[in-house]
Ligand binder design. Sequence first.
Ligand SMILES: Cc1cc2nc3c(=O)[nH]c(=O)nc-3n(C[C@H](O)[C@H](O)[C@H](O)COP(=O)(O)OP(=O)(O)OC[C@H]3O[C@@H](n4cnc5c(N)ncnc54)[C@H](O)[C@@H]3O)c2cc1C
Length: 362
Amino acid sequence: MTDKVDILVVGSGPAGSTAARFAAQSGASVKIIERRSTVGVPVRCGEFMPSDEEILNMFPKLKDMSEIFDMPEELHCLETYGIDLIDPSEKVVRLDFKGYTTDRDRFDQHLAKLACEAGAEIEMNDMFLDCKDNIASTSKGDIEYKVLIGADGPGSRVAQSIGLQRNQNPYPAVTAQVKGDFEPCTKMFFGGIAPGAYGWIIPKDGRANIGVGFAPKFAKDSTSAYFKKFIESHDLKVEGEVYGKYVPSEGPIPKTVSGNAMVVGDAAGQVISVNGGGIPLSLIAGRICGQTAGRAVNEGASLQEYEAQWRDIMEAPLKLAAFNKKLADMFAFRSDTTTKMCMSILGKRRMGNLIRCKRIFP
Ligand SMILES: Cc1cc2nc3c(=O)[nH]c(=O)nc-3n(C[C@H](O)[C@H](O)[C@H](O)COP(=O)(O)OP(=O)(O)OC[C@H]3O[C@@H](n4cnc5c(N)ncnc54)[C@H](O)[C@@H]3O)c2cc1C
C-alpha cells in the first residue's frame, strides 16, 4: 500500500523539523521521515549558536526572528561572550561575539516536538531511497506526496534524486565531549593542527564540545590522526564516542528547487563557509521552505518563492563567506607561516568581518 501525504520532509534535523512545523501550520498533512532511531542522536555538531544580535548582523533582512530563535532556557547550556582566534604560535585575537552553547540532541528534539505539535507526524528508522512521479521509495515503503522537502544533510540523496547539484568538496569534521571548567569563550585554533579549517573548544556547563575539521586538499593525515593530535596537544580527555560528519564548504548550491521538490539546510549548502556554522541558516531557510510548501499545496503557489526569499536574506552574505574562504585557501592555509602572516595582516577588525560574513577589504 502507498502512504499519501501533502508534504513529505526527509530528515529531522533543524531544517527538516522547522520546515515541517511551518508547513503543518498551513493545515497541510505533513510527514517527516528520519533514518536514525532517535532525533538528534548521535550529536555531530559543535553546538554553538550565535546571539540574535549576531544573527541579525549577518542577515539584516531577516524578519520575525523570535518565532524561530527563541529557545527554552534549558536549551542554553552556557552563555558565551567571545571567540578567541588562535594562530599556530598560540597568539590570540579575542572577538566580542555573544552566543550560547546547547545540547544538539535536546535542541533537535525540541524542534521536532514543535513540528509534531503543529500537526506533523514523524516516522523514525525510515530512510529515503529515491523518488519518481511524486512517489518516494523509502526503506519502509512508498509514500506519495504533493511536495517533497529534502532536509537530509550534506550528502543529500533527495538533491541527487531530483537532479540538483549536491555539495561539492565537503570537509570532514569530528567532534566529542570533554569534562572540565572552561572560560565562556569559544576557542578556534588555526594552522597545521587543522589544515584549511580549524580545531575548536566550545565551552558548555562543566564540559566542552571539542573537535577538528580540515580541508582534504591540504591534509597530510587521516581524520583520526588530526583529532588525536588535537586532543593530545590540549591535554583533553574525551568522554564517550567521537563522531564525524561532512560540512558543506563552498556555499549554497546553484538551485534549491526542482519541479515540486526543494532542498533546505545543509542539503542546500546553506552553511557559512568560513566557520561551518549552519544551525541558524537551517532555521531561517526551514521556515521559508515550510511556508512555501504550505502555500503550494493550499493555493498552488510556486516553489520558486522559496528560492527567491531565502536567497534575498542569505545569498549575498553566504557568497561573500565562500569568496573569503577561497582567499583564505589561496593565501592563508598554505602553511603555518602563511596562516600566521595572514592573521596578523588581517588583525582583529577584519577577522571579525570574516567571521560575520562581511567584506574584509573595501
Ligand atoms: C562537526 C560539526 C560541527 C558543527 N558545529 C556547528 C556549530 O557549532 N554551530 C552551527 O551553527 N553549525 C554547526 N555545524 C553545522 C550544523 O550542524 C548543520 O549546518 C546543521 O545540522 C544543518 O541542519 P540540517 O537539518 O540541514 O541537517 P542535519 O542536522 O544533518 O539533519 C539531516 C537529517 O537527515 C537525516 N537523513 C539523512 N539522510 C537521510 C535519508 N536518506 N533518509 C532519511 N533521513 C535522512 C539525518 O539522519 C539527519 O537527522 C557543525 C557541523 C559539523 C559536522
